[in-house]
Design a protein around this ligand. Sequence first.
Ligand SMILES: NC(=O)c1ccc[n+]([C@@H]2O[C@H](COP(=O)([O-])OP(=O)(O)OC[C@H]3O[C@@H](n4cnc5c(N)ncnc54)[C@H](OP(=O)(O)O)[C@@H]3O)[C@@H](O)[C@H]2O)c1
Length: 347
Amino acid sequence: MGRKREVVVVTGASAGVGRATVREFARHGAAIGLLARGREGLEGARREVEAAGGQALVLVVDVANPDQVEAAAQEVEESLGPIDIWINNAMTSVFSPIKRMTAEEFKRVTEVTYLGYVYGTLSALKRMLPRDRGTIVHVGSALAYRSIPLQAAYCASKHAVLGFFASLRTELLHDQSHVHTTMVQMPALNTPQFGWVKSRLPRKAQPVPPIYQPEVAARAIYYAAHHPKRREYYPAWSAIRAIFGNKLVPSIADHYLARSGYDSQQYDGADDPNRPHNLWEPVPGDHGARGDFDKRAYLRSSELWAETHVAWLAAAAGLGVLGTMLAFFRRTPGAGTRPEKILRKTA
Ligand SMILES: NC(=O)c1ccc[n+]([C@@H]2O[C@H](COP(=O)([O-])OP(=O)(O)OC[C@H]3O[C@@H](n4cnc5c(N)ncnc54)[C@H](OP(=O)(O)O)[C@@H]3O)[C@@H](O)[C@H]2O)c1
């Protein structure tokens, strides 16, 4: 009998970060429940998983509907087995100044981007807590700490996820549970998001540079899912700078973003005001993992390397300290003699 496959659920598996994450887990032979609305993207993901040697189950689900999420969790367990890892990732947004947003748009973005995570977590906990094992990963953002203009509904939803996550982690710790949760705070990523989110921006939307490929996010998520005792991961310096800079000088950050935050989210001429968007329904087609920013996106992040090689870095630092001490004692007159002898000599 072969080794048991890890059973993983990914929400928003059809495109972007979710799609790249599916590929990363498939590479490691996982059995994956693929949740999203767009069937073509989900079928594309399923084919990739199977080609990589994994196993996949396509589940057409709107994460804003808790009954659909719960039914999907049930189907994953019946078809693939007990869920080991649940990854909350699906999102939507509206790029618009607040003054032009509608109440329905705020409600929808919140239901998908925040409540979608809550519903996923409830379905995961329902199964993981009785078994006292499992991991829930929340795909976060630097914008969970630092809001930017033109994305209020999304930023507020990401803040809400962070608040929900902190309560969840605290309760699991209180209960001494072996179910773990962790959150990965992403930098700007080259995903289809910027070409299909509903937008009222005059120019085309872009992630605020520096931009990373979704594979960087996928590697961070995979690592976090297997090292979930750590509270949070920050896979790029830009995310670290935004989060900690905002903690230190939030008002200066407000003024800075008021000046730069409109322009840095747009590029390259007028957007088509009639292009399809994904707020209520999926955009037809298979859109894959990457967006339009290949030429400007980094495939590696030294911060992610550091995050995932903490033990190596600690060992290297330890060796460095040891080496310095040895060199110091070798050069010190009397080094190698017993301390009391040194004292006697210098007395
Ligand atoms: N891209 C960035 O710059 C960036 C930066 C920081 C953090 N992140 C985080 O990364 C995660 C993924 O973002 P992304 O950029 O990959 O987004 P994306 O390219 O727009 O992909 C979103 C995914 O969510 C799915 N989705 C959207 N609405 C849904 C709904 N109602 N129900 C079920 N699935 C739904 C989409 O598939 P369907 O349309 O087929 O349903 C798609 O698979 C999010 O949590 C986001 O906050 C992204």
